[in-house]
Design a protein around this ligand. Sequence first.
Ligand SMILES: Cc1cc2nc3c(=O)[nH]c(=O)nc-3n(C[C@H](O)[C@H](O)[C@H](O)COP(=O)(O)OP(=O)(O)OC[C@H]3O[C@@H](n4cnc5c(N)ncnc54)[C@H](O)[C@@H]3O)c2cc1C
Length: 481
Amino acid sequence: MKNIKLVWFRNDLRTRDHRALYTACEHVAQSTSSAEMGVIAVAAISSKQWMLQDESKSRVQFWLANLHSLKDELAGLNIPLKLIHAETNQEIPQQLLRLAKQYNVKALYFNDEVPEYEQQRDQQVEQLFQQQGIGCHRFESDLVLPAGSVLNQQGLPYKVFTPFSKAWRQQFIQSEQGPLPAPQPLSSKVYTAIETDNIPEDIGYGLRLGADWNKQIWPAGTESAHRKLQQFVSEQLTDYSQLRDFPAQTGTSSLSPYLSVGVLTARQCIAGVQAYSDDPEWFYNQWVTELIWREFYRHLLILFPEMNRWKPFKPDIEKKIAWQHDKAKFDAWCKGETGFDIVDAGMKQLLETGWMHNRVRMITASFLTKLLRQDWRLGARFFMQHLIDGDFSSNLGGWQWSASVGADAAPYFRIFNPMRQADRFDAKGLYSQQWLDLGHPGDTNMDTDLLGDALPSDLGQRPQPIIDYAAERRRSIEEYQ
Ligand SMILES: Cc1cc2nc3c(=O)[nH]c(=O)nc-3n(C[C@H](O)[C@H](O)[C@H](O)COP(=O)(O)OP(=O)(O)OC[C@H]3O[C@@H](n4cnc5c(N)ncnc54)[C@H](O)[C@@H]3O)c2cc1C
């Protein structure tokens, strides 16, 4: 008689620091049963679902490539990987059950995901499995501290980041647990008996294994992710706070795609900082603060579930804004043709690489919502459709922050002036030059004195500015007030 554990991989394509996999393997190793025991891994290919959820092609292709690497890692642990093909989430519970029955599975293991939609899918799976007498083991593995667990002294959620981050740090120090190692390899009996599935070359909707994303910047696989992490913490971390806002510099880690598909965990990133830092106060490092932002947005999704349904954290503010629904302006923004260099450079970077520097994400999002007064949901969807690091909670949080309708959001009167932002963070115009191919750095930023009534017209090949900055700024502030 067989006793098989099934581990379901989603956006957690790794073998290290994977609670569900680690526990399933431990249960097998500790078992005294005479039944033949082992672990099977499973992943669902859901191309239609991914398209419906605005997943970008580059992200899906990156996910597939990492699934391919995971297959090899699992082989080293004697764990076969099976695939189910489910067009949408609705098909997943039955497909998983069919697989479980085929291999006489006795228990299912998986790590929780935060967004409500994924939680609903998992509840359906759990219910179905329980009805069939198959146990389900769910784990917290995506966040460093369990989602929703950082609360104030009254047991209420934090709505502002700074006190949240203080409480988060205290809680982390008290409950500090390092990342888990990979499990020990299992006996090869089950592995040799069950064939590993091949990852298909073509999964429909133009999504292909091995298709293009920037493989030089983001080579697939855990080893690449950890190499990049080590390089960042050993060579760049010290200068992070000075350089992180300058988009022409390599000042940030660009690890977000790995975190997004779960090849790397935030816990591993924090352990990396600790390992390379001589500073006893390492924990107050700015980079750790950025990782806490990721945790903050995940906590908000759990504690304020209506946010999952694209509702703003501050509906009262949103009520005051009359979104303009101007397709021509939105299209110009999408294509990077607004005539504002730093905005257009950011959008071109997004379109060409699937990634955009954080400072420029804030500038482009502020431009769309505060100056073009287009609904933040449009921008958030467009970002998701193009980002290789698309992440529902961080994207939602970032967009609501930029539109001043989120938790601890930018105040309504903070409207990024794209020219001033360029002067401060891309003074030599190197970033704009790189993405707009202007060919003459230094001349790329519009003269701030020319703002307002007299719009600059001599911009060579560049489109004319689509708005009068000063006038739109005035209008927006009146509306928000
Ligand atoms: C409008 C908008 C949309 C965004 N959409 C996404 C998204 O879809 N996916 C995503 O991962 N991040 C998103 N961010 C956050 C941030 O821009 C990216 O995480 C960051 O640019 C990734 O680059 P990095 O890995 O070099 O970051 P680093 O500066 O090296 O930071 C390390 C990690 O910390 C986390 N982090 C950093 N800043 C933030 C932040 N402000 N909010 C949440 N987490 C953060 C990320 O996981 C990041 O990889 C968005 C920000 C804005 C303003």
